[in-house]
Design a protein around this ligand. Structure first.
Ligand code: MCA
Ligand code: AMP
Length: 483
């Protein structure tokens, strides 16, 4: 297979910038090249994925060495980290110098990434493995029940998705991308960091998302912005009082939203204030990118565009039969096939098998309709137990299990409810062990944040005397008051 980063040793300009620290292509080739040599025999590595230069260098080095990398959310709690580490069994953890690692990583060797070590061999792109199916990244993603599953992403999928986006977005080496996305998920890591590097362009990471950072970078030469809908919502809120932000957005080449649906109201507010239309693309950890509004296509609020080159997409009914019709009544589950797909869930042949329909079609669980010209509109999700909050996918079962471990909780159910900022917010319905002394909402939020991750914490806790159950004893979430 051709190298993942053909521009690495050829490009001369800036590759990565995080705050006031940056690396040019020759520097990145040298730093990542020397680190790759040290990783050759590492087997599999974890990356402590802080929003830093070190994370980007660590992942590029692992890819050059042909060593699968497992990005870790540095805010993950003890329970989540312990699961990921025992499931993926990395030999060492790559981290920025000085980072304090939690006890759950205590058993791993630690390798501090030195981004100033440019004395090494420039990356020999030829050292990358030839096999397009060899695993490149293992990205953990939540399901409806149980702990997160590791989606194994081969080199072929990364190359295919980034090249399809090159075509759809007319993405070139001249593009400068700005974003503040986390680097432990597909959006921020594969699209937002590896994407520019495959093109020979550059990325400026904000460290953390702020509208000021977006305005500053788009006002200083950045051409593209990637974000989740929560970020565009915050931009829409800030625009009326921030003419600099409006000017900066107006000057961008492409504003792209994904990971969840961008509400039409936010689309319209941004268009009214800037004259620019945000375009949406639709993807998934297991499939990378499936559809997008094209740069040369018609932006359409509420639609995620057309299938990307190489991606086959169909809608199916309950019986798994293809729906050929279009229009708002022809709702079906999206299934996809193509070189963009993952290979398996690590150590989960059962889950892998049930994720595919006959013919190798991946069942996304997303429900959609199509406009007459093929534009896809996502209208819902098959599983009510999956919540999208701030662009993060969160399984209700995982939070319920964590809540049930709290001594003050007798029963728990978790649902998502609409939230103007987060899209959905997590609501915990709790039957306290002692109705006279229920655990406080803050205590339960802290319990989930420290065991799993802060973005999985309930934003609202509602107390009940009993959960509604059917005759079989199954919790009937649809009968929860107000849900
Ligand atoms: C608050 N915090 C707490 C607690 N309460 N920490 C511990 N315990 C608590 N009880 C902290 C948080 O850690 C955070 O810290 C701060 O308070 C604010 O928290 P929160 O309100 O949750 O965060 P936010 O700033 O409102 O986050 C909004 C966000 C974020 C920035 C939009 O949701 C985000 O980055 N989303 C991106 C998700 C994403 O990339 N998804 C892609 C997956 P601190 O301030 O220090 O941070 S989907 C994907 O990859 C597919 C392929 C696709 O299609 O893209
Ligand atoms: P994740 O599993 O975290 O990778 O999230 C994938 C899910 O995010 C998809 O199955 C969709 O439900 C959702 N998603 C991603 N992009 C969009 C979008 N542009 N519009 C609506 N939903 C989206």
């Amino acid at each position: 297979m051709d190298p993942l980063f053909p521009a690495l040793t050829a490009a001369r300009g800036e590759a990565l910038r995080f705050g006031d620290r940056s690396l040019t292509y020759p520097e990145l080739a040298s730093v990542a090249g020397s680190l790759a040599l040290r990783l050759r025999d590492a087997g599999r590595v974890a990356v402590w994925a802080t929003p830093s230069l070190e994370t980007a260098v660590a992942v590029v080095a692992a890819l050059l060495a042909g060593v699968p990398a497992v990005p870790l959310n540095p805010k993950s709690g003890a329970r989540e980290l312990a699961h990921i580490v025992s499931d993926s069994a990395p030999s060492l953890v790559l981290t920025e110098p000085g980072a304090e690692l939690p006890p759950a990583l205590g058993g791993l060797d630690r390798l501090d990434v030195d981004v100033r070590d440019t004395t090494g061999t420039p990356a020999a792109a030829g050292t990358e493995p030839d096999d397009p199916e060899s695993p490149a990244l293992i990205v953990y993603t939540s399901g409806t029940t149980g702990p997160p599953k590791g989606a194994v992403l081969p080199r072929r999928a990364i190359a295919a998705t980034l090249d399809a986006l090159e075509d759809a977005w007319q993405w070139t080496a001249d593009d400068v991308l700005v974003h503040g996305l986390p680097l432990f998920h597909v959006h921020g890591l594969i699209l937002g960091a590896l994407g520019p590097l495959r093109r020979g362009g550059s990325v400026r990471h904000l460290g953390r998302f702020t509208t000021e950072g977006v305005a500053r970078e788009l006002g200083a030469g950045a051409t593209m912005l990637f974000g989740v809908p929560t970020m565009y919502h915050r931009i829409a809120e800030a625009l009326p009082d921030d003419p600099e932000l409006a000017k900066a957005l107006a000057g961008a080449r492409l504003l792209v939203s994904g990971s969840a649906a961008l509400p039409v109201h936010d689309h319209e507010r941004i268009a009214a204030a800037t004259g620019r239309r945000v375009i949406e693309r639709y993807g998934m950890t297991e499939t990378l990118m499936n559809t997008s509004v094209r740069a040369d296509g018609e932006p359409r609020a509420g639609a995620v565009g057309v299938p990307l080159p190489g991606v086959e997409l169909r809608l199916v009914d309950e019986a798994n039969d293809e729906i050929a019709a279009d229009g708002p009544e022809a709702v079906g589950e999206i299934q996809v096939r193509g070189p963009n797909l993952f290979t398996e869930y690590l150590n989960r042949p059962d889950a892998t098998a049930s994720a595919f329909a006959p013919g190798g079609w991946f069942r996304t669980g997303d429900m959609a309709v199509r406009d007459a010209d093929g534009y896809v509109r996502i209208v819902g999700r098959k599983a009510t137990d999956l919540i999208k909050s701030g662009g993060y996918k969160i399984g209700a079962g995982e939070i319920e299990n964590a809540l049930l471990e709290h001594e003050g909780v007798r029963e728990a159910a978790v649902t998502g409810e609409p939230d103007p900022d987060l899209g959905e917010r997590i609501v915990a319905w709790v039957v306290p062990a002692d109705p006279q002394a229920p655990p406080s909402a803050e205590e339960l939020a802290d319990h989930v944040a420290s065991g799993l991750a802060p973005h999985k914490r309930p934003r609202v806790v509602r107390y009940l005397e009993a959960l509604p159950r059917n005759d079989m004893g199954k919790i009937m979430k649809r009968s929860l008051p107000g849900s």
